[in-house]
Ligand binder design. Structure first.
Ligand code: SF4
Length: 162
């Protein structure tokens, strides 16, 4: 029998202002999610029955992803600690991406090998490599592989294969 208290409760999914379709960020399965928003704040995340991949299901991690979004300790800014510095500094995302790009290009250039010691063509760089994590999905891995191969890298790997 349902108690008075239980009858008085309302599911967060029924009082949300809107529902947004998304994809679980935790692993490469890419389960579909329905994100319930109230007052511009995520209040609940459920499995999306319309997803052909997961058909409404989420594993315990995916089911708990509302806690990832709303965790008070969640880091939402880029932090940078310069060489030999003892303090972190905040950077805007564009600056951080520019810094990563500069280092990527410099390492690629410094590690470039045009030919081997017998003059055979190599046209590769040993200065950059890619190690992907299991949160990357097929599409992201495809783009990463394409980018790194085009840049001349030969060490391109994913955590899921290790
Ligand atoms: S972590 Fe779980 S819910 Fe999320 S994509 Fe992977 S299997 Fe699906």
């Amino acid at each position: 029998m349902t108690s008075e208290r239980t009858r008085g409760t309302t599911a967060r999914t029924t009082t949300a202002d809107r529902v947004v379709q998304s994809v679980c960020p935790y692993c490469a399965v890419g389960c579909g999610q329905r994100v319930y928003v109230k007052d511009e704040k995520v209040v609940q995340i459920e499995g999306d029955p319309d997803s052909p991949i997961s058909r409404g299901r989420l594993c315990p991690k995916g089911s708990a992803s509302e806690q990832l979004v709303n965790a008070p300790g969640r880091q939402t800014e880029v932090l940078y600690r310069a060489p030999r510095a003892t303090e972190w500094q905040r950077l805007d995302l564009d600056t951080a991406v520019d810094m990563v790009t500069d280092r990527f290009l410099e390492s690629r250039r410094n590690g470039w090998q045009d030919t081997d010691d017998q003059g055979r063509l190599l046209r590769r760089t040993m200065g950059i490599a890619s190690l992907g994590g299991a949160t990357l999905d097929n599409e992201e891995n495809y783009l990463i592989k394409k980018l790194f191969t085009a840049a001349g890298a030969i060490q391109i790997e994913n955590q899921a294969r290790i």
